[in-house]
Write a protein that binds this ligand. Sequence first.
Ligand SMILES: [Zn+2]
Length: 220
Amino acid sequence: MLKNENAVVVFSGGQDSTTCLFWAKKTFAEVHAVTFDYGQRHKLEIECAKSIAEELGVQHTVLDMSLLNQLAPNALTRDDIEITHEEGELPSTFVEGRNLLFLSFAAILAKGIGARHIVTGVCETDFSGYPDCRDTFIKSLDVTLNLAMDYPFVIHTPLMWLDKAETWALADELNAFDFVRERTLTCYNGVIGDGCGECPACQLRRAGLDKYVSERKAAL
Ligand SMILES: [Zn+2]
């Protein structure tokens, strides 16, 4: 049924949203990716998203969200603030309410192009304190967007209950394991693929990858 319908994917060029892009391509008739440019520390992130979208043959829109830099100066958007992640605290890369804003803009774009499905890679399993990654928030926003625009949006969160290893498994199921591993950018230091290996994003990604690869070997 969904094969007759179109979707917009919130897409950063990272592991999670690229896996979502593959999932959406398999699920929907046509897929449109949207990337938010909010003055990321690495412009490479935008370039990486562009080249992936092009290679996968999906339409791609980059929206200027540089106003976020005005609202929430933090380590991802300001070069002069170091990335830190203290135990039990929100990482300094946190932009307050980011998913609320991104999904709202994605919805406006979606309605404009006649798509009612919105796909996002948010995940509650590795919940790192981002309140707008929680399933309850997504369900609430879905209702709000339907009311706000009088349009039957459905927000899809294929990664919501997956841990990082299971996200790799999903990529593999979608025949996208190597692509996701080699082409996506998760690293805070702007190193594509397996990354710098040192930053918190690389460590999280690597732990999930190692777990999945060892499980896969055990299963053979
Ligand atoms: Zn890194």
